[in-house]
Design a protein around this ligand. Sequence first.
Ligand code: 173
Length: 317
Amino acid sequence: MTRIFLAAGLALAANAAAAQEVTLKAITAFAENTTYSRPFERFINRVNQDGKGLVQINYIGGPKAMQPFEVGNALKGGVVDIANATGAFYTNVMPESDAWKLTERPMAELRKNGGYDAMAAIYAQKMNAIFLARLVDNNPFHLYLNKPISTPDLTGLKLRITPVYRDFFQALGATVVQTAPGEVYTALERGVVDGYGWPVSGIFDLGWEKVTKFRMEPAFYSVEVNVLVNLDSWKALNDAQRKVLTDAAAWLEGLDAENTALIAAEREKQTKAGIQPIEFSADEAKKFLDKANEVAWQSVIKRAPETGAKLRQLSGN
Ligand code: 173
């Protein structure tokens, strides 16, 4: 009798050790509680609820804790276990990451047609990372300006960029300066730049509506923000722990369609804040978009000749 109880007790202890709760350290490349961190914060809350006794996330926060352009390196090296970032912020680690902005197919399709798998292989190889989920899709970029223009020619303008916009704005004649989002307000206020690239959503988060006059149409590319997990941290998890993460990721990736309605509201809000659209003829707009895509693909292919052409084929354009 005693012996049976003892054996059962030992088995329980062994199980408890195997399923010991793991805490993962998380960082975001965007300011906390702003448009492009919020989906990640929802993801964290869900993991911390569902993962009790299995896996928990310790959220260190955003750019106050780490420079946005350093997040990719920190994730790769295991300084953090989980990161919320956009591909443009870590092209220094993986040049192909910026190609996400060129996808014209939804994630659900890319997960089936081999597009996701092709990217996942590059993440494993170059970034030591698992691409867990795309938390922002269905959201385009714009050029915001403080000087009016009458044709899509950016000659003479100095614009704030990230790798998302660099080659395209330069191809249209602009001079560019790269800054993290946290420096945009001051650059505009001081007139250091005449405009900036940014998605359709989020300019109110850091008060940029106060220093923005125009939004150029049409919108271009597709914003992507993604959750990455360091590959070593991932391998150290058991199946139950991984399932908490993948379930939360799939849930959030599925909710992204909600954003389409929010975009209309965001444009309305910009109009109310006095930001005027600058529009061109249908013909000029088409040329502008064709050029946006062509320049960006050429740049991906040039920086990653071995994978770029294949990614273009899988992306749908
Ligand atoms: O403009 C940026 O900082 C940028 O590249 C970006 C990308 C995704 C979401 C928000 C901003």
